[in-house]
Design a protein around this ligand. Structure first.
Ligand code: URA
Length: 302
């Protein structure tokens, strides 16, 4: 068996074991990924062989969670230490190549020590969670204490609210992909509690990982949670109150800015919940997801 195959298999099994340990019982996988997994690893294993890139696939509006089309990811910025051939990283030709490229990216992020102060204070690098074939992707700011502890984004109080928002759309966390601008918890030396906003330097250092995640996943819609997510992805420092609810574009992908769930925890007003929900309805419409009357009317006064 080729060594990279064994590495990939080990990483996949470890990831699934971690999910299982956290109580996850179902994992969303595209049909083509399942087909690839069901075939002989030797005959199907493609990523060590460089192939001619396929022509880019035009983006069309497809129903949510239709199988992902072939990828045309732009050149990643930090591929030097990646064990995969550059052609496979830039332009994965198959579901297996996509899995391999994502696993390799994850490995690089987990080993990152570019911010020595964060590398020494963190418990876990919080890479991201969900389906790599997701059509809907959420981007937050940075891990908090709970996320640092568990190695998974949005698992604390704000995360539980995000999970409820996702579920209100009819989806689960396993159907979407969730990541942050920063993969490490911003350190708070001398403080026993509390969070701090990532610095511009930390954001600049870490953002290539997120760019590569998005390039590989190729979601149809990105929901940016809060001002820091918008700033990291779009470079805009306009207030989130002005931006939310207005479609933006991230490298050609529709991006909906909305309030961070932590803001909704601080401000319990129904009007603010409704605003976030309206942003989610807009995202659902963009994805051609079915929307019931009940869903349309959430948080509206009777
Ligand atoms: N807030 C964020 O922005 N991200 C997390 O993962 C958790 C809380």
């Amino acid at each position: 068996m080729p060594a990279p195959y064994n590495e990939l298999l080990g990483a996949t099994i470890q990831h699934l074991e971690n999910l299982k340990a956290r109580g996850v019982r179902h994992v969303a996988v595209a049909p083509e990924t399942l087909r690839a997994l069901a075939q002989s690893p030797i005959s199907n294993f493609q990523f060590p062989i460089a192939k001619t890139p396929a022509p880019p696939v035009a983006k069309t509006e497809t129903p949510v969670f239709a199988p992902a089309k072939k990828l045309t990811a732009p050149v990643p910025s930090e591929a030097a230490s990646n064990p995969l051939p550059q052609s496979a990283i830039r332009n994965p030709q198959s579901a297996m190549e996509k899995i391999a490229a994502f696993a390799a990216l994850r490995e690089r992020a987990l080993a990152c020590v570019k911010c020595p102060h964060l590398a020494s204070s963190r418990k876990h690098v919080v890479f991201g969670v969900g389906s790599i074939d997701a059509q809907l992707m959420f981007v937050g700011e940075a891990p908090g204490a709970d996320e640092d502890e568990q190695g998974e984004p949005f698992v604390g109080k704000a995360g539980q609210l995000l999970t409820k928002i996702i579920q209100a759309t009819g989806l689960t966390r396993a159907d979407v992909y969730i990541a942050n601008i920063l993969k490490c918890r911003p350190d708070t030396p001398g403080q026993s509690a509390g969070n701090r906003k990532p610095t511009p330097e930390e954001m600049q250092t870490c953002i290539p990982f997120l760019h590569e995640q998005i390039d590989l996943i190729r979601p149809k819609v990105i929901v940016a949670l809060g001002a820091t997510a918008v700033e990291g992805l779009l470079g805009k420092t306009v207030g989130i109150t002005k931006l939310r609810g207005n479609w933006q574009t991230y490298r050609g992908t529709p991006l909906m800015p909305t309030y961070h769930p932590a803001y909704l925890l601080r401000n319990q007003a129904m009007s603010e919940k409704r605003r976030v929900w309206e942003d989610m309805l807009a995202a659902m419409e963009k994805l051609a997801m079915p929307i019931s009357e009940k869903q349309r009317n959430y948080f509206l006064k009777a």
